[in-house]
Design a protein around this ligand. Structure first.
Ligand SMILES: [Zn+2]
Length: 171
């Protein structure tokens, strides 16, 4: 029961404090389990980043540990724009996956000509149903995710987590 007490503190809000690992949709963000953890450290610092292949120059998203074009693992971190224009929007008004508030809004974004990454499909938050339109400007927003308990070889530790979405730019 002592273990349950710990998980009630750190559990995902969607599960009313009862943490069930298999239902957790957020990535593990520590160096022991996730080789792209710098992505999350960068988010905490307000940077939106991905990996660029030093061999062929390919920039992919989400960031990876191997280039999807030439299979090189010689990658570097590059910054992406934090503002984009909406190309298309879809709104889920019922039946969103556990942990997602309604409406669940997804948008296909355009970062503009010359950007390291041209397009991105992403979640848009802080936005009402029917509000977001084609051509609107959105910006990166970083938010906290419920912490994650995990066992490493040496210790049990609590991993603080963040994730990203975009939100409408207020005029
Ligand atoms: Zn490559």
């Amino acid at each position: 029961m002592a273990e349950l007490k710990v998980v009630q503190v750190v559990g995902t809000p969607a599960l009313e404090g009862k943490y069930i690992g298999e239902m957790d949709q957020w990535p593990l963000e520590c160096s022991e389990f996730n080789r792209i953890y710098p992505f999350y450290d960068n988010l905490r610092a307000g940077r939106f980043t991905t990996t660029k292949c030093k061999q062929c120059g390919h920039i992919g998203f989400p960031p990876g540990v191997i280039c999807t074009q030439c299979w090189s693992d010689d990658l570097e971190w590059v910054d992406l724009p934090k503002k984009a224009k909406v190309v298309a929007v879809t709104e889920t008004l019922a039946g969103a996956p556990s942990g997602f508030d309604l409406p669940l809004i997804l948008a296909w974004l355009n970062f503009g000509e010359g950007a390291p990454l041209r397009h991105l499909l992403t979640r848009v938050i802080n936005c009402k149903e029917g509000q977001l339109k084609e051509g609107d400007e959105v910006q990166l927003v970083v938010f906290e995710v419920a912490a994650h308990p995990m066992d490493t070889k040496k210790e049990s530790k609590i991993c603080e987590r963040v994730y990203y979405a975009f939100e409408p730019v207020k005029n």
